[in-house]
Design a protein around this ligand. Structure first.
Ligand code: PMP
Length: 279
């Protein structure tokens, strides 16, 4: 089946999408994006994703002429047209097309592009866990905006892969922020710890869902910065994200986390998450 894209306010086949060489997303990474999870044909946590998109747009002083309701209607129609049951929707919005100049272009309309992709839940990684390496977080100071500028994340993920790991956990001067593409949580003495939602991390939707599930399950949690040493000494660790859901970290820089197996609180939260998405 041809894949239908939403581009420049129209639904069309991928082959008909024409990105301008002067699109500011292409030239400057001047834009924002969201990745929505689709379970059973429905956008998971749609409200929270659109609210984060609104905050990212405000942070970049980027207009959203469709309105959040217009964007939501388009994303729902896109899922329907592609008959997507299990996968993701990728939506990006750039500041538009204009002759290359750092200044915001006067009168350029933002350009939106969205497509769907079938993606299975990462069952093997969720069961077995993943090894990670730690790297200095060299990103800018607005990591709470979900921008197209992912170069530092790309370099970190590649370095992790080159070193035989599945992801890179980032730290600023020894304080763990997040991973290249997900949030990081640890468990120590029964308490769940994760970086506070400030400008140094993306405020992950899965992070928020996980903290909510922990509260319901009466697992104590604390949104406070923790150090690399606390990560090394953690009883359990895991990442959270739209596509990785809750994936255990079983090794950090070649050292086992806890027993080296996914821990009991991680497994409990995975079960609660599965229930929340109807599995
Ligand atoms: N941090 C970063 C840097 C991310 O790219 C992502 C998204 N993959 C996350 C955290 C997790 O956010 P979410 O749960 O909303 O997918």
């Amino acid at each position: 089946m041809t894949s239908i894209y939403w581009y420049d306010n129209a639904f069309l086949p991928e082959e008909e999408v024409r990105i301008s060489p002067h699109d500011r997303g292409y030239n400057f990474g001047d834009g924002i994006y969201e990745v929505f999870r689709v379970y059973g044909g429905n956008l998971f946590e749609a409200e929270a994703h659109f609210e984060r998109l609104r905050l990212s747009a405000a942070g970049l002083k980027l207009a959203l002429p469709w309105g959040l309701d217009g964007l939501r209607a388009a994303m729902i129609e896109l899922v329907e047209r592609n008959e997507l049951k299990e996968g993701i929707v990728y939506l990006q919005i750039t500041r538009g097309t204009a002759p290359r100049n750092h200044l915001f272009p006067a009168g350029a309309a933002p350009v939106a592009l969205a497509y769907t992709r079938e993606v299975a839940r990462p069952v093997q990684a969720m069961e077995q866990g993943i090894p990670v390496v730690t790297l200095e977080d060299i990103r800018w100071l607005h990591c709470n905006y979900k921008t197209l500028n992912l170069l530092a994340n790309v370099l970190a993920k590649q370095e992790a892969a080159d070193r035989g790991a599945a992801d890179a956990v980032l730290h600023r001067g020894g304080i763990v922020t997040e991973s290249s593409a997900s949030n990081v949580m640890i468990v120590k003495d029964g308490v769940l710890l994760t970086h506070p939602p400030d400008n140094l991390i993306l405020h992950g939707i899965t992070r928020a869902v996980t903290l909510r599930l922990a509260r319901v399950a009466e697992i104590p949690s604390d949104e406070r910065p923790f150090t690399l040493d606390e990560l090394y000494a953690a009883d359990e660790a895991f990442v959270t994200g739209t596509t990785v859901e809750i994936t255990p970290i079983v090794a950090v820089d070649g050292r086992k986390v806890g027993s080296g197996e996914p821990g009991p609180i991680t497994l409990r939260l995975q079960r609660e998450f599965a229930a929340a998405i109807g599995r």
